[in-house]
Design a binder for this molecule. Structure first.
Ligand code: PMP
Length: 381
């Protein structure tokens, strides 16, 4: 059992720039309907479970040896998957880590660091500034919503990011790393490629990272930044198997970029960072891409249903290209969060006043969520 005195000692030993910070902490509560971390609600399909178990069994005897440090076979599989988009991606363009969070960490370790700056456009993925801080990189909070966050009212206009605004902010701060998140978490909408192009041009010394964790859920007409990689060695597209692939527990994130940039990441990764089980289970899943992605369409339907129904209930949902919906119009988001939790539905309070975020799960989970919202006392919105 620790004491206040020991805590104080540890705080004195801690890096000055980490003192007073709080750890990332989406609640992991045991509730009937958990719609708070944008996981895929569907279990890994049974035939793929069998292949995963067989792959681990086959690899288990070799666990006395370190894994392939360069995860060559897995890189090939990830490159083949990305190439299905129509943009050819080679294995040399691919890097992977234990979740895309680790891939983002590698990028900051290599291209950020003390004396360097990373720019993001808030509200965006909360881990971008946290990972930035852990590497001693300075964080600059860029703004969404056109003119310095003024934004229009309703349907998420306050969260739009135009090419002009993003480029102006990138030029002003001249960062070493820029984060763009498309589709954006927590707001849900994808960015036009014009924003990516404009930021890339306006920040000539920056590695520009487009976090596409939710890309597979995007509505038609929102192309991936993969199509911009050719001729842009400072551009990086990160992806994950945690969302559309229903593989969050497998911890496999990856990126595509120029082979020279990928090669630089080998300077900062720990040797053998991807364990043998991680590599073999990810490969087993990637051998069944269509099965693993089989739930994407039903999740998109539930997402669209949430947007429509919340609008009907008098709330203000933001159009979404992801597997979640941000909705506004709440008097007190924290109070509504608690009321929904008491009804067995866990959503996410992302810290935006009057807004909450809900993950699109199964039709049954969506129904439970919508019924809980419909049952809210009228003074909630
Ligand atoms: N990027 C975004 C935008 C996310 O929302 C998440 C997960 N919530 C991640 C990256 C990280 O996911 P993982 O580490 O599981 O790949």
């Amino acid at each position: 059992q620790t004491t206040p005195a020991t805590t104080a000692t540890i705080v004195r030993l801690l890096r000055e720039d980490l003192r007073g910070r709080t750890a990332y902490g989406a609640p992991q509560l045991d509730v009937p309907v958990a719609l708070n971390t944008n996981e895929n609600s569907y279990a890994v399909p049974a035939p793929v479970v069998e292949e995963i178990v067989a792959a681990v069994r086959a690899a288990a005897g070799g666990l006395n040896r370190y894994p392939d440090r360069e995860f060559t076979a897995l890189r090939g599989d990830l490159a083949a998957y990305l190439s299905r988009s129509g943009t050819p991606v080679t294995p040399e363009q691919v890097w992977a880590g234990n979740g895309s969070n680790e891939v983002l960490l590698h990028l900051l370790q290599a291209f950020g660091g003390p004396g360097r700056t990373a720019l993001g456009f808030t509200p965006a993925y909360s881990m971008h500034p946290i990972i930035t801080a852990t590497t001693g990189t300075s964080w600059v909070d860029g703004l969404r919503g056109g003119e310095a966050g003024s934004g229009g009212a309703g349907s998420g206009a306050a969260f739009d990011l135009t090419a002009e605004s993003a480029a102006r902010q990138a030029a002003e701060h001249d960062p070493h790393v820029v984060f763009l998140c498309s589709p954006n978490n927590p707001t849900g909408t994808a960015l036009g490629l014009d924003v990516v192009e404009a930021v890339h041009e306006a920040a000539p010394r920056a590695v520009v990272v487009v976090d596409e964790a939710y890309e597979e859920f995007a509505r038609p007409g929102t192309p991936s930044a993969l199509t911009l990689l050719e001729g842009r060695p400072r551009l990086v597209v990160t992806r994950t198997m945690s969302k559309a692939f229903a593989f969050a527990g497998g911890r496999l994130g990856y990126l595509a970029a120029d082979p020279a940039l990928v090669d630089a990441l080998r300077l900062v990764r720990m040797p053998y960072h991807l364990s043998t089980p991680t590599q073999v289970i990810a490969r087993a899943a990637l051998a069944h891409v269509d099965t693993m992605l089989g739930t994407v369409d039903v999740i998109k339907e539930q997402r669209d249903r949430i947007v429509t129904e919340l609008g009907r209930l008098g709330l203000d949902p933001v159009p979404s290209d992801a597997n979640f919906v941000l909705f506004g119009g709440l008097r007190d988001a924290a109070v509504t969060w608690r009321t929904l939790l008491d009804a067995g539905v866990l959503v996410r309070d992302v810290g935006i006043p009057h807004y909450l975020r809900v993950t699109a799960g199964t039709p049954e989970e969506t129904t439970a969520f919508l019924e809980a919202v419909a049952a809210l006392p009228p003074d909630h919105h």
